[in-house]
Design a protein around this ligand. Structure first.
Ligand code: PEP
Length: 264
């Protein structure tokens, strides 16, 4: 079975102290649930928290009570540049050095508020892979694109253009998150049927580009108003390999309830 993932995107929420507290609360709750060898939990806090949460993961990994947990850290963004005079940017090398394993690239909030297009995102993916970070590449259509019935075309373009520089072998080291823009933070999730249909389509696009075997091994996460009530039905779908969770990941109990719904 493919790796099943529950990823928490905290966005621009919590101070470092609050974030560490939230992380430790999540960790304590996770330590009480039965082990799922096929799953991983990823926490994506703000940049300012990466170092302290990485240290906490390291310290807890030495405690037998937490030895069954598979937890990794993600950044929410990275620069498309390597280094130099780019005030305010954070490079993949810096992120990697903070103890981080994953990086979210192309979240719809980055695409819309910060005008990041597929070309810029393709360069970010390159920088991440050069530094051995695993990109979690986000794609998804707007409400209007769905109502105009161009949602498959939109997502296909995002996937093909975002991955245009990289080889099939490199796609093996990636995760894709399908996040319909109309479902993010709205309380209106895609139905399991809508999400499954798009996940199967994305897998087909990857198969055409990289071959069936690579597509079959790729974890594709669903994101958009995922919560403890809808996670089970979504995660049961054959092409949905877990979730990228925004709002509900700021509540330790809700997030861990979602983790419990990952396929076993
Ligand atoms: C997200 O921002 O990645 C997300 C899925 O948000 P929410 O769960 O709040 O819809």
């Amino acid at each position: 079975m493919r790796l099943q993932i529950a990823a928490a995107n905290w966005k621009m929420n919590t101070t470092p102290e609050e974030g560490l507290k939230l992380f430790e609360h999540i960790l304590n709750l996770l330590s009480t649930i039965p082990e799922n060898r096929n799953s991983r939990v990823i926490i994506a806090p703000p940049f300012t928290h990466l170092h302290i949460i990485s240290e906490s993961i390291h310290a807890h990994s030495k405690n037998p009570r937490f030895s069954n947990l598979d937890i990794s850290l993600a950044a929410q963004n990275c620069s498309s540049e390597t280094k130099g005079a780019y005030t305010g940017e954070v490079s993949s090398e810096m992120i990697k050095n903070a103890g981080t394993r994953y990086v979210i690239i192309g979240h719809s909030e980055r695409r819309s508020y910060f005008r990041e297009d597929n070309n810029c995102l393709a360069r970010k993916i390159d920088r991440a892979l050069e530094n051995n970070l695993i990109p979690i590449y986000c794609c998804g259509e707007t409400r209007q694109e769905r109502s105009e019935k161009i949602h498959f075309e939109t997502v296909k373009n995002q996937v093909e253009e975002g991955l245009k520089h990289i080889s099939g072998e490199q796609v093996k080291n990636m995760v894709i998150a399908y996040e319909p823009v109309w479902a993010i933070g709205t309380g209106v999730n895609a139905t399991a049927q809508e999400a499954q249909e798009m996940h199967a389509f994305i897998r087909k696009v990857i198969a055409e580009r990289c071959g069936k075997e690579i597509a079959a091994g790729l974890s594709i996460l669903y994101g958009g108003s995922c919560n403890p009530k809808n996670a089970k039905e979504l995660f049961e779908c054959p092409d949905i390999d877990g979730g990228l969770v925004g709002g509900a990941s700021l509540n330790a109990n809700d997030f861990v309830e979602i983790v419990k719904q990952l396929k076993r």
